[in-house]
Design a protein around this ligand. Structure first.
Ligand SMILES: Nc1ncnc2c1ncn2[C@@H]1O[C@H](COP(=O)(O)OP(=O)(O)O)[C@@H](O)[C@H]1O
Ligand SMILES: [Mg+2]
Length: 233
């Protein structure tokens, strides 16, 4: 079942008089439950595509459909609403709120979604428990290791139980072993039925995803099964 699709998506930035074509005519359909790696050299358009997928940015032209809604034509408030409930995003630099505790960080998206406080807190603690962070609930992000920060960021991304998880180089700031733990967590999410789209530079991860989409200068130059490919084809 198709979860989302890009139809002829372009993203053009303006740099003074010069247009910068970050994404040029990209098409894909991603099914529910797929684990997709987006790869390509620096500057090839990976983050731009992920930001559009995450409703943090809009296509200049073309359409993005998520769960049968043309989300590229929604206004900012409608976009925020869908982002908050249907999409969880994990970044290379974690992007936790430094002034908030671990639990408060995980509660933030639920606060936006008007989840009652008692339920919010219980759900945050449950998610942090599943990610092995129960002993750090009151810590601030600066008091955590990189791997711990990323686990908190993943718990936060999962708090409203979204079907789509986006991860932009989630292991980019982690050592190899810690990075592998994060990948294992993402794999578990896919096994639980979620869809994960991950930007990565690490060729080793081509073997553990269902599909590899490779970009060059804003265009898809390769779209093929990964090491788990065929499993859901
Ligand atoms: N806000 C922006 N303004 C102008 N150019 C941008 C902006 N964001 C990205 N770009 C350009 O678009 C291209 C793709 O960027 P990006 O999607 O960040 O690539 P990647 O994540 O693959 O490294 C690059 O040439 C980059 O310089
Ligand atoms: Mg990038």
């Amino acid at each position: 079942m198709a979860l989302l699709s890009f139809n002829n998506v372009f993203k053009v930035y303006r740099e003074g008089d010069h247009p910068v074509y970050a994404v040029r005519g990209v098409n894909f359909t991603i099914s529910s439950g797929e684990f997709v790696a987006v790869m390509g050299a620096s500057g090839s358009g990976k983050s731009t595509i992920l930001n559009i997928l995450g409703l943090l940015d809009r296509p200049t032209t073309g359409t993005y459909k998520l769960e049968d809604i043309d989300v590229s034509s929604l206004d900012d408030d409608e976009m925020s609403e869908i982002r908050c409930r249907r999409i969880g995003i994990v970044f290379q630099s974690f992007n936790l709120f430094a002034q908030f505790s671990v639990v408060e960080n995980v509660c933030t998206p639920m606060r936006y979604a008007h989840v009652p406080p008692a339920i919010m807190r219980a759900r945050a603690e449950e998610l942090l428990g599943k990610l092995g962070m129960s002993h750090r609930l009151s810590h601030r992000p600066t008091q955590l290791s990189g791997g711990e920060r990323q686990r908190v960021a993943i718990a936060r991304a999962l708090s409203n139980d979204p079907p789509l998880i986006l991860a932009d180089e989630p292991t980019g700031n982690l050592d190899e072993k810690t990075g592998e733990e994060v990948i294992r967590i993402l794999t578990t999410l896919v096994e639980g039925g979620r869809t994960v789209v991950m930007v990565t530079h690490n060729p080793a991860y081509e073997e553990i995803v269902d599909r590899v989409i490779r970009l060059h200068d804003g265009e898809i130059v390769e779209d093929r099964p990964g090491g788990r490919g065929g499993r859901r084809a």
